[in-house]
Write a new protein. Structure first.
Length: 534
């Protein structure tokens, strides 16, 4: 059988894939308003010293928020750090995909193609943690299957803890993947199975311990777990967790069907192998079982409507699982030689393929030679401060009327003021450079509408400088948050209704705190302008 590429060569190629994908992702980086749910919370940590769970409600994005805060701090409050962080994480997932597929199939061409799917599947940048930790967890589980040592278990446990701290369900999925791999790999020896599982779980807990101690000190673990459980339950109901997504004859639906069918195909492959051998589970089956468990978790709990927003995170593990089913024999290798090295002829073929791709790109109007310059220009643009006085940035997710609202808040509220908007618009806080009030970064459905949560929001509003509240009419906010709505009615007066210049769209009530008395009027919108309040 032909020998693999040297490990040093494969490492270099994986780094090249990572850098190339990272450059592509930076070229096309964009921030949706969902992303600003993370970014605005990160800014809240940076600007106000607030803590997740304690000072604002957190669905379980703990380390994601601190990572965003750090990225903003390193780039002076701009979005460059967020762009680099998310692009690099997604690109690393692509590099891991390349590594695993090459290892499974021995085909450089197939490995490059599947790695490219990471970018072509267009994962949402705010889902970078999913895209990264799914593949990183799977890679470490498979390394354990190759050589079941305690050192590898400890590394896998540490990564599982970090995955959970970035987003709770990431850790759950990675843990189930790792435990399934341990069980399948050690199935003939129950004692070793139990021992390895215990070592892995201990590594997870020890790695998470510092964060758990911190949470206990600032808010208490029961409250943190309550917030996560409440959000998960409400989100499952809101998004119809176990409902079938709506499909059509388009590329997204095709990718969805192929991804979902990969799970039963993998399990069938393992079952057929067991029946043929009548023997203990071998190493390849342990890998396939672990990959199938991960993909099953993603398909059941992540791939809901809208599929286009979620499918990008599922493509890399699905592609690797498909490669594990194909195996090595069915794919002729592009790069194997008797000595495991790239020959000059093979290097020439690769170079010719790259040149041909560049020619095709040039013919389609893509100026390949300008890519380095475009990347630099994009980085410079991202490094520009995105707060006022320029909310009309091309990275702004909704130009109107949100951009006009941002301008109003920036000019008519004090710099240290907090604001409450009663719909899902987290970008407002970032671009206006104002903090969100009442611990509510977003208002979405019935999230945080329980009696205890409304009471907590009111308590925080009463102690914060919140001169302005913006209510979008027609949202039934009063019905969903009756106690909070009553508080706003008692403490705020209606300063006017406006569409912020957007004809035929939503209207907004601008509420002004009653104890401010008479305030000036903004000449553009003819709305109260309490810029001097303390």
């Amino acid at each position: 059988m032909p020998r693999d590429v040297r490990p040093s060569q494969k490492s270099v190629l994986a780094v090249i894939v990572w850098l190339a994908l990272g450059g592509v992702l930076l070229l096309r980086v964009s921030f949706l308003n969902d992303h600003f749910d993370r970014i605005s919370r990160g800014r809240q940590i940076l600007a106000y010293g607030d803590h997740p769970f304690a000072d604002f409600r957190d669905p379980g994005y703990f380390l994601t928020l601190y990572a965003s805060a750090a990225a903003q701090a390193l780039t002076g409050g701009g979005l460059l750090g967020e762009a680099v962080l998310t692009s690099a994480a997604i690109a690393l997932s692509g590099a891991l995909t390349f590594w695993l597929v090459e290892m499974l199939t021995g085909s450089l061409l197939l490995a490059l193609a599947t790695a490219g799917l990471t970018a072509l599947a267009q994962p949402r940048y705010y889902d970078y943690d999913k895209v990264l930790f799914y593949m990183l967890g799977l890679t470490l589980a498979w390394r354990y299957a190759d050589s079941p040592t305690r050192g590898r278990l400890c590394v896998a446990g540490a990564v599982t803890a970090f995955a959970a701290l970035f987003r709770y369900d990431n850790g759950l999925f990675v843990m189930l993947t790792s435990l399934a791999t341990i069980i399948a790999r050690r199935f003939p020896s129950p004692r070793q199975m139990s021992s390895d599982a215990a070592v892995y779980v201990a590594a997870v807990l020890l790695s998470a311990a510092p964060a758990l101690v911190f949470l206990q000190a600032v808010v208490g673990l029961p409250e943190a777990f309550r917030q996560i459980a409440a959000y998960a339950a409400q989100e499952g109901e809101r998004s119809e967790l176990f409902g079938a997504p709506r499909l059509a004859f388009d590329s997204t639906s095709v990718m969805y069907v192929l991804t979902v069918t990969m799970v039963p195909a993998a399990l069938l492959r393992v079952a057929v192998g067991w029946r043929a051998r009548h023997a203990a589970t071998p190493e390849p089956d342990a890998k396939i079982i672990g990959g199938a468990v991960l993909l099953a978790c993603v398909c059941v709990f992540i791939l809901r409507d809208p599929i286009a927003a979620r499918i990008g995170a599922a493509i890399p593990p699905a592609a690797v699982l498909a490669a594990s089913l194909v195996g090595r024999r069915e794919w002729p290798s592009l790069i194997h030689t008797p000595h495991g090295r790239l020959s000059s002829r093979q290097i020439g073929l690769i170079a010719a393929a790259i040149a041909a791709a560049a020619i095709v790109a040039q013919a389609r109007g893509l100026h390949v030679q300008r890519i380095p310059l475009v990347v630099i220009q994009r980085l410079v643009a991202l490094a520009t401060p995105f707060g006022p006085p320029a909310p009309g940035s091309r990275f702004f997710p909704a130009m109107a009327p949100t951009a006009a609202l941002v301008t109003y808040l920036n000019s008519c509220t004090p710099a240290d003021a907090r604001v409450l908007v009663t719909w899902f618009a987290p970008e407002v806080y970032y671009f206006s450079q104002r903090g969100f009030a009442g611990g509510m970064a977003v208002v979405l459905g019935r999230h945080w509408s329980s009696e205890p949560d409304q009471h907590r929001t009111i308590e925080q509003l009463a102690t914060q400088n919140v001169p302005v509240v913006i209510v979008r009419t027609g949202d039934r906010f009063d019905e969903t948050f009756p106690r909070l709505a009553t508080y706003l009615h008692e403490r705020y007066r209606n300063g006017g209704m406006t569409t912020f210049g957007a004809t035929g769209l939503d209207a907004y009530d601008v509420l002004i705190r009653r104890d401010l008395g008479d305030v000036s009027t903004d000449p553009r919108w003819m709305l109260p302008c309490p810029r001097s309040t303390s």
